[in-house]
Design a protein around this ligand. Structure first.
Ligand SMILES: C[S@@+](CC[C@H](N)C(=O)[O-])C[C@H]1O[C@@H](n2cnc3c(N)ncnc32)[C@H](O)[C@@H]1O
Length: 343
């Protein structure tokens, strides 16, 4: 949102409310994109929030060495936030192409219009947004999948996995609910025979949560909402009308690349905090993913007061960390990348 668009009207809010009810039920069903206005209203609300997730996922993918691609497929594109954010963060080189695919013709058309409008203002004329053929596996270097797993049926998922099997990289973002996140863990294990996971996993081995005894746990993280969601009447209305907690943006995601593109793993003992830290007086409890396990560990405030303040801040806390553990005591943690915590 750039603040210049007209406010959404009562009719649009009512339609978005109905859409939300459909999303909550989930499961394969009818195409719900009745017209382009609904896709555009989605793009300014639910879609915008999903885009904030992609902003973080793509930034982390870049930090972990992912270099983008030329032919990029946004599968189940809806309004196409994933593809647009991709080309905001990765420069469109010669021949760069965004392929938009959705079972809904209305979604494909509207996503193409939104992408063309955005890329025109970005001055990236080499990108073409176009519709993909409906029934065969697609060719793309990079496959983006966003909030599709709850809706797709088995046949289409098999076709999507064939598309993924031809690609060099897949970036997959889902809402962070237990059921879908568990499915993503299974897909990671399935795809890890041909791909290397580079994020959010702090290791390249088997996912510890794939073990049967961990079936009650799920891998989820939080993205940080854009500051505009706390200052604009548009977002206040969104929250009031649709009952959405603006502070919370849960997600599950995975970034997988071909082993030859994966580069070397960062050196040292690595970990990544999942979920939300539990803050107590003078200490925090973190669910830390480390090679072979996700462990609840204790970390003392006095170890690094500035980092401790970051755990309390508005920004979600999921940096890749170098860690030193003594049993369940996290003796030391140090972000691998430049880390701009909150003071
Ligand atoms: C919740 S929306 C997410 C849209 C978009 N990817 C995003 O993250 O904002 C799910 C999208 O998946 C599409 N979809 C559902 N089943 C599909 C299928 N079998 N093949 C392709 N697209 C599908 C829907 O039409 C819808 O656009």
């Amino acid at each position: 949102m750039d603040g210049t668009e007209p406010a959404l009207g009562e009719v649009e809010w009512t339609r978005l409310d109905r859409l939300r009810a459909k999303f909550l039920v989930g499961g394969p069903g009818e195409d719900y994109w009745s017209d382009g206005d609904l896709v555009r209203a989605y793009d300014r609300t639910f879609g915008a929030r999903i885009r904030w997730k992609w902003r973080e996922v793509l930034a982390e993918a870049k930090r972990r060495g992912f270099q983008g691609g030329t032919r990029v497929l946004d599968y189940g594109c809806g309004s196409g936030v994933a593809g647009r954010e991709f080309f905001r963060q990765f420069e469109a080189g010669p021949g760069a192409e965004l392929v938009l695919w959705d079972r809904s013709l209305v979604a494909r058309r509207t996503a193409a219009e939104l992408a063309e409008a955005e890329f025109a203002s970005q001055g990236s004329p080499t990108i073409t947004a176009r519709h993909a053929p409906p029934t065969e596996a697609l060719d793309a270097d990079v496959v983006l999948i966003s909030h599709v797993l709850a809706e797709i049926d088995g046949g289409d998922l098999a076709m999507l996995l064939q598309t993924v099997a031809r690609a060099r990289a897949v970036l997959w973002v889902e809402p962070g609910t237990r059921e879908v996140a568990r499915r993503l863990v299974d897909l990671r294990e399935q795809l890890a025979t041909d791909f290397t996971p580079i994020a959010p996993c702090p290791h390249r081995g088997a996912c510890p949560l794939a073990r049967p005894e961990r079936s009650a746990d799920w891998c989820h993280l939080f993205a940080t909402p854009d500051p505009e969601s706390f200052t604009s009447s548009h977002w206040r209305r969104f929250s009031d009308n649709l009952g959405v907690d603006l502070r919370s943006l849960p997600m599950s995601y995975m970034v997988l690349v071909r082993p030859t593109d994966a580069g070397a793993e960062p050196a040292g003992e690595l970990g990544r905090p999942l979920g939300r830290p539990k803050l107590e007086k003078g200490r925090a409890l973190l669910d830390l993913c480390v090679p072979g396990d996700v462990r609840r560990v204790r970390w003392l405030e006095r170890t690094d007061r500035r980092l401790f303040r970051s755990l309390r801040g508005r920004r979600a806390f999921h940096p890749l960390l170098r860690v030193e553990l003594d049993g369940d005591h996290l003796v030391r943690m140090e972000p691998v990348d430049d880390f701009h915590g909150e003071d």
